[in-house]
Write a protein that binds this ligand. Structure first.
Ligand SMILES: Nc1ncnc2c1ncn2[C@@H]1O[C@H](COP(=O)(O)OP(=O)(O)OP(=O)(O)O)[C@@H](O)[C@H]1O
Ligand SMILES: [Mg+2]
Length: 243
């Protein structure tokens, strides 16, 4: 049986610091998994390892049964895996449309060269994450944190993913923006997208996930149903001691 994503005994050391310590877990097809834990627990490092932005010290990462541990990032994106960043990373001198176009490029390069850019797809993606028509020519410096997070989502959706890794999608957002992003995530779930969502905003996270994994010091402390994980004494201690 293969899974969209599976980590086997993944260790990552940065010098003397062990950021992930023998992490093993699987995500099922169409599942939405919440990854929680205090600051420095290793959540973002897991995403960087899955994307190949950092190379694990040992262990392996499998995507649909194939060991992708040694593949470069673009090849992993080509297998349908993508991520958003905790600190949004738009290209500052490009507008909303142009930023989304960059996400579309690798899959559509040939079509773009032959027929020119497909603005319809860019506009469709921008509107699908909640941008208004009037926002399309805006530059990142003019956008609110909510809009920057929408842009992150649109850029990653442009790569045509089947697995999305979302890092702190709610951080810095107003209540209205949180519900917009939550609605979008729910829509992707309905469409069958496999998700791993990292969030410190546990209240917003809970209704969006099927299962949770709590980490501390690079290792899994508890996993299972959200309420069960939150009731775990080690998880409570990690949150109290770690913030
Ligand atoms: N590139 C790096 N070089 C050295 N140490 C790093 C690097 N990236 C992360 N770390 C360290 O690895 C540990 C895990 O960091 P990570 O960013 O994965 O935590 P996190 O769970 O995402 O935390 P937060 O909730 O604050 O975002 C931390 O101690 C961090 O300082
Ligand atoms: Mg992080």
């Amino acid at each position: 049986m293969s899974y969209p994503l599976e980590l086997r005994d993944v260790v990552k050391r940065f010098g003397g610091l062990t950021a992930t310590d023998n992490m093993s877990f699987r995500v099922e097809d169409g599942e939405s998994l919440g990854l929680i834990g205090p600051n420095g627990a290793g959540k973002t490092t897991i995403f960087s390892l899955i994307m190949g932005e950092h190379r694990q010290t040992s262990g392996s990462i499998l995507c649909n049964g194939e060991d992708i541990s040694a593949l470069p990032t673009y090849a992993r994106i080509g297998r349908g895996v993508c991520r958003t960043y905790q600190v949004p990373r738009p290209f500052a001198d490009m507008d909303v449309m142009e930023n989304i176009r960059l996400g579309l490029m690798p899959n559509n390069l040939w079509q773009m060269l032959v027929r020119g850019p497909n603005h319809d797809r860019e506009i469709e993606l921008a509107l699908s994450v909640g941008f208004a028509e009037g926002d399309l020519k805006r530059h990142p410096a003019e956008l609110s944190m909510g809009d920057l997070r929408k842009l992150e989502l649109a850029r990653t959706l442009a790569t045509g993913p089947s697995i999305m890794l979302l890092d702190e999608v709610f951080a810095g957002l107003t209540a209205g923006e949180i519900s917009q992003i939550a609605e979008l995530i729910n829509q992707k779930r309905k469409e069958g997208m496999t998700l791993i969502i990292v969030s410190h905003d546990l209240k917003s996270l809970e209704p969006l996930i099927d299962r949770a994994i709590a980490m501390n010091y690079g290792a899994i402390v508890a996993e299972g149903d959200f309420a069960h994980v939150m009731a775990d004494p080690d998880v409570r201690a990690a949150y109290l001691g770690g913030e």
